[in-house]
Design a protein around this ligand. Structure first.
Ligand code: PMP
Length: 420
C-alpha cells in the first residue's frame, strides 16, 4: 500500500542545449494540417506528447499492466511499484517534503474541487469569503462558488491592473476577518502574467488565510519548490506538462490533508468497512477512491523525467525569449492589440485584431496549419475586465521555435490586411 522506501532514481543529467532536439521528440509536430506543416501554438490548452511518454503508455500496457494495491501476484506488485514510483517523481518534481502530500486526481480542476469540498466546505459559514483574482480560470472560480452558494458564503475577486497584474495592495485590502481561503493562479492562462506567488503566499500566511496556487500554467514553464514556497495547496494537470490527459496532481501540506475528510467514497480509500460504519485510509489514499488512471500516472512520471532532463530553468529562459520575440513581432501588426503588459510573461499571449472576430482569426490560421486558441479561454471575468467577450491566444511549449512565431506573424499580417 505504500511507496517503496527508496526515493525515485534521479533523472539523467541535463543534455546539451538544443531546442530542435527537444522538438524532434514530438512525432505530431512532423504531421501536416490542410497540407501545411503543423504550427502548434496552443500548448496552454494542452501540450503535445514526446515519444518517450507515448512509448511508456504503450509499454506499460504491453508489459506491466494490472490493477494496483490489490493483487499478491507479480504483475500487480510491479504495476503498484511503478505507480508508487510515479508519486515519488511528482514529489521530487514539486519539492514536496513527503510523498503523502501528493494526491493523484484527474486534472487541476478536480484538485481544486477536492480542496473546495473536503477542506473548505466543512468550515464555511454564512458571510464567509473566498478570495480569488479577476484573472482566474473558471476552474479557480466555479468550485468555490458552488460550495460558497451552499453555505451562504461568497467569492470575492481582487482587481487586476490594466497591465494585467494583480494589484497587491488591493489584494491585501480584500483580506478580511471573513476570508477563509485565497486561491490564485501562478501564471495567467490568458495574459501569461507571472504572479508574485512568493509575496502572495507570505501575505496569506501573515493573515492566517490558507492559500491554494493554481499552477496549471506554471510548473511546465519554470522550476517549482512547494516546500520553499510554503503554499498550503497547489494543483497542476498532467496533460499540460507533456503527460497524458486524465491525470492531475493536488499537493497539500501534510497536516492539512491529514485533517481533511474524504470527498469521494469507494475502494482503496477505506481502512475497514462494515454496515455499522467505515473507517478511512491514510493520506493520500483517503482521497483516491477507485481505480486511478494507472498507466496515465506512470506516463506522467515519464513526462516529469523528461522535463527535469531538459532542466526547467533552461526551458524558462528559452520560452521567455520566444514569447518576448512574439510580443515584439505581433505588436507591429496594424490593428493588433495585445492584452496586458505584465513585467513577466510566460506560457501565453492573448490579442485581438481590429475588424476580425477571434473565431475568424482562428479559422483562417487553421487553413495555414497554425493552431491557436480563440474564445474566452475559460476566463470570462478576465475578458469582461478588458471589455471583451473573446480574444485569440498563442502559447508556447518546449518545442516552439522561431519558425512557429514567424508563421503566426505572417499569417496574422495577411488576416489584418483582409479585415482592415
Ligand atoms: N487553471 C488554469 C490557469 C488553466 O490554464 C487551466 C486549463 N486551461 C485549468 C486551471 C484547468 O485545467 P484542467 O482543465 O486540466 O483541469
Amino acid at each position: 500500500m505504500s511507496p517503496p522506501a527508496a526515493p525515485a532514481p534521479a533523472p539523467a543529467p541535463a543534455a546539451a542545449f538544443d531546442p530542435e532536439t527537444w522538438r524532434a521528440q514530438f512525432p505530431i509536430l512532423r504531421t501536416e494540417m490542410h497540407g501545411r506543416p503543423l504550427v502548434y501554438l496552443d500548448s496552454a490548452a494542452s501540450t503535445q506528447k514526446p515519444r518517450r511518454v507515448i512509448d511508456r503508455l504503450k509499454s506499460f500496457y504491453e508489459r506491466d499492466y494490472a490493477n494496483i494495491h490489490r493483487g499478491v501476484y507479480e504483475l500487480s506488485q510491479r504495476a503498484s511499484a511503478l505507480h508508487d514510483e510515479a508519486r515519488r517523481k511528482v514529489q521530487r518534481f514539486l519539492g514536496a517534503r513527503d510523498w503523502r502530500e501528493i494526491v493523484f486526481v484527474r486534472n487541476a480542476t478536480e484538485g481544486i474541487n477536492l480542496v473546495a469540498w473536503s477542506f473548505l466546505r466543512p468550515k464555511l459559514e454564512p458571510g464567509d469569503e473566498i478570495l480569488v483574482t479577476e484573472m482566474e480560470h473558471h476552474a479557480n472560480i466555479v468550485p468555490w462558488q458552488i460550495v460558497a452558494g451552499e453555505r451562504g458564503a461568497r467569492v470575492v475577486a481582487a482587481p487586476i491592473t490594466d497591465a494585467g497584474e494583480i494589484d497587491l495592495d488591493a489584494l491585501a485590502e480584500r483580506i478580511t476577518g471573513r476570508t477563509r481561503m485565497l486561491a490564485v493562479a501562478w501564471v495567467s492562462n490568458v495574459l501569461g502574467t507571472v504572479n508574485p506567488v512568493e509575496e502572495i503566499v507570505a501575505l496569506a500566511r501573515r493573515e492566517g488565510v490558507p492559500v491554494l496556487i493554481d499552477a496549471a500554467q506554471a510548473v511546465q514553464h519554470r522550476p517549482v519548490d512547494v516546500a520553499a514556497l510554503g503554499c498550503d495547496f497547489l494543483v497542476f494537470s498532467g496533460h499540460k506538462t507533456y503527460g497524458p490527459s486524465g491525470v492531475g496532481v493536488l499537493y497539500g501540506r501534510g497536516e492539512l490533508l491529514d485533517a481533511m475528510p474524504p470527498w469521494q467514497g469507494g475502494g482503496d480509500m477505506i481502512e475497514k468497512v462494515s454496515f455499522a460504519g467505515t473507517s478511512f485510509n491514510e493520506i493520500p489514499f483517503r482521497f483516491e477512491a477507485g481505480t486511478p488512471d494507472i498507466a496515465g500516472i506512470v506516463a506522467l512520471g515519464e513526462a516529469l523525467d523528461f522535463l527535469e532532463e531538459l532542466d526547467l530553468a533552461r526551458v524558462e529562459r528559452h520560452e521567455a525569449a520566444l514569447l518576448a520575440g512574439a510580443e515584439r513581432a505581433l505588436a507591429r501588426i496594424p490593428g493588433l492589440r495585445i492584452l496586458g503588459a505584465p513585467k513577466e510573461r510566460r506560457s501565453a499571449l492573448a490579442f485581438t485584431l481590429e475588424g476580425a472576430h477571434p473565431q475568424d482569426i482562428g479559422m483562417l490560421l487553421d487553413l495555414e496549419g497554425i493552431a491557436i486558441r480563440t474564445g474566452h479561454h475559460c476566463a470570462m471575468p478576465l475578458h469582461a475586465r478588458f471589455g471583451l467577450s473573446a480574444s485569440a491566444r498563442m502559447s508556447v511549449g518546449v518545442y516552439t521555435n522561431e519558425a512557429d512565431i514567424d508563421a503566426l506573424t505572417a499569417g496574422l499580417r495577411r488576416i489584418a490586411a483582409m479585415f482592415q
